[in-house]
Design a binder for this molecule. Structure first.
Ligand SMILES: Cc1ncc(COP(=O)(O)O)c(C=O)c1O
Length: 463
């Protein structure tokens, strides 16, 4: 298609979107939204064929690269063999994916369990809520400020942002939200070196007296069934907590019969360099929720692993939470291929090394732009740049927005070629670039990413 034709086509699509598409199922960070027509590896392509280096990879769902040949092939094979099957019947891929995940958890945590499937991350969160309610008889949960668990009604009740609940009436089961150990912005104004995890101590104090509202010491019962957490906060801005916090939190929860539900929807499947991000924290959760990268975004599949006691067929019988598309054969076939691929190569090493190389590049960039980059951190290929005012701490949302929009113009230049840069913005103050590049990203592409970020910071800062 000639460029003028494709631009006309883009304009036509945008006009149709304005008229016929709900805006509720998307987010318009850029207005009008950007249209892409192709993708490959670490790149998205616009209608002019300009490559946009993607540092967010569909919010970490396409971790193994766009059009990953091996995973695409697995999908095509399944398309030609058994693409459709109602969930009441069995197919091999479902059983094998469940067995491999449960066996991995048993090996890693020494705990037996089962796997239950659904379609999206929020739906799997709903399922985990049912399991907690069913096992504990309680419908109240603890969760973290800055946490994100999805936007269905149940998931919104345990997601901290009131903005997501505001229009939808009263949430009787709204979680009790607790400070996350976000050390760069410690809400108590303390420093990690000397704080002795003061924030966890504060949580623990809730149980010291019945008048602190959550615990009845006479019968040793809590009003809360579970504590929901992300081992690294995703939407909250790729906030990496200190391990010691979670070791203590686990003790506190165990002591008070509160289950730990680990939301790995964004950080699971090696994003942080471990299969489950919680493995960095040295604790064993009772339930793990997963989604996104397991199928590289090809066919949605999500699910939960729960320890046996919580999910026995007697306790959680057939029909407890089934959905027409849960464990569909296209998704499970890709998931199985993903798991095989992960077993054949050392992804821990691969992601950790690439992450360290990228982080070193970002730190160098921070030295060049200390007046705008307040914090730079990373765990594996989950990396963050916190954009701040020259005082190094005040969030600079305006600059973040300008950089985000400029990246999508597609007019950056490197090596005599035009590029765009795809970024994602998160964080409590919407001033954090949450970088989740493809695991297939090369060193040259990481260098290119740093170069393009450098150009964007230079271009967008008002000096
Ligand atoms: C940690 C976490 N949990 C749950 C969800 C919800 O998943 P989905 O968008 O697939 O419903 C997300 C989505 O970004 C997430 O990051």
């Amino acid at each position: 298609m000639a460029i003028s034709d494709s631009s006309a086509r883009t304009a036509e699509l945008l006009a149709l979107e304005r008229k016929y598409c709900s805006f509720g199922d998307t987010v318009h960070y850029l207005d009008p939204p950007k249209v892409f027509v192709n993708c490959e590896g670490s790149y998205l392509y616009d209608e002019r064929g300009t490559p946009y280096l993607d540092l967010q990879m569909w919010y970490s769902a396409a971790s193994f690269g766009y059009k990953n040949p091996r995973l695409n092939e697995a999908l095509k094979r399944q398309l030609d063999r058994l693409p459709q099957l109602a969930c009441q019947y069995l197919h091999a891929e479902k059983v094998e994916v469940a067995a491999r995940l449960a066996q991995y958890c048993e090996k890693r945590f020494g705990v037996k369990g089962r796997v239950h499937f659904n379609v999206g991350g929020s739906q799997a969160i709903e399922d985990s809520l049912k399991i907690v309610r069913n096992f504990t008889g309680k419908n109240l949960m603890f969760a973290f400020m800055g946490g994100y668990h999805g936007r269905t009604l149940g998931a919104s009740a345990i997601t901290s942002s009131y903005r997501y609940r505001r229009r939808y009436g009263h949430f009787g089961d709204r979680a009790h939200f607790v400070f996350f150990p976000y050390c760069f912005r410690c809400l108590y104004g303390l420093r990690r070196a000397t704080c002795d995890i003061y924030c966890e101590n504060q949580f623990e104090k809730l149980f010291a007296s019945e008048y602190h509202s959550v615990w009845d010491p006479k019968v040793e019962a809590s009003e809360f069934g579970a504590f929901y957490f992300e081992p690294v906060q995703g939407t909250g801005g790729y906030v990496i907590p200190p391990k010691e916090y979670f070791v203590r939190l686990k003790e506190t929860c165990e002591k008070h019969k509160i289950l730990l539900v680990d939301d790995e929807v964004q950080m699971g499947i090696y994003r942080t360099g471990k299969f489950w991000a919680v493995e960095h924290l040295g604790i064993t959760p009772d339930i793990i929720v997963f989604g996104k990268a397991l199928t590289n975004g090809l066919n949605p599949l999500s699910g939960i692993w729960a320890r046996e006691e919580l999910i026995t067929p007697e306790l959680f019988p057939p029909g407890s939470m089934c959905s027409t598309f849960s464990a569909g054969p296209l998704g499970t076939a890709v998931a199985l291929e993903t798991l095989r691929m992960l077993e054949e190569a050392d992804y821990e090493k691969l992601v950790t090394e690439k992450g360290a190389y990228f982080l070193a590049g970002l730190r160098e960039l921070q030295r060049r732009h200390p007046e705008a980059m307040g914090d730079v951190e990373g765990l594996g290929l989950a990396l963050r740049i916190e954009v701040c005012k020259p005082d190094g701490i005040t969030p600079d949302r305006e600059l973040t927005d300008r950089i985000f929009a400029a990246g999508l113009k597609g007019d950056l230049e490197a090596g005599g070629r035009k590029y765009g840069l795809v970024l994602d913005v998160g964080g409590y103050y919407k001033n954090v670039f949450t970088l989740s590049p493809s695991f297939t990203i090369t060193r040259e592409e990481i260098d290119l990413a740093v170069e393009l970020l450098d150009q964007l910071f230079r271009r967008c800062q008002m000096k």
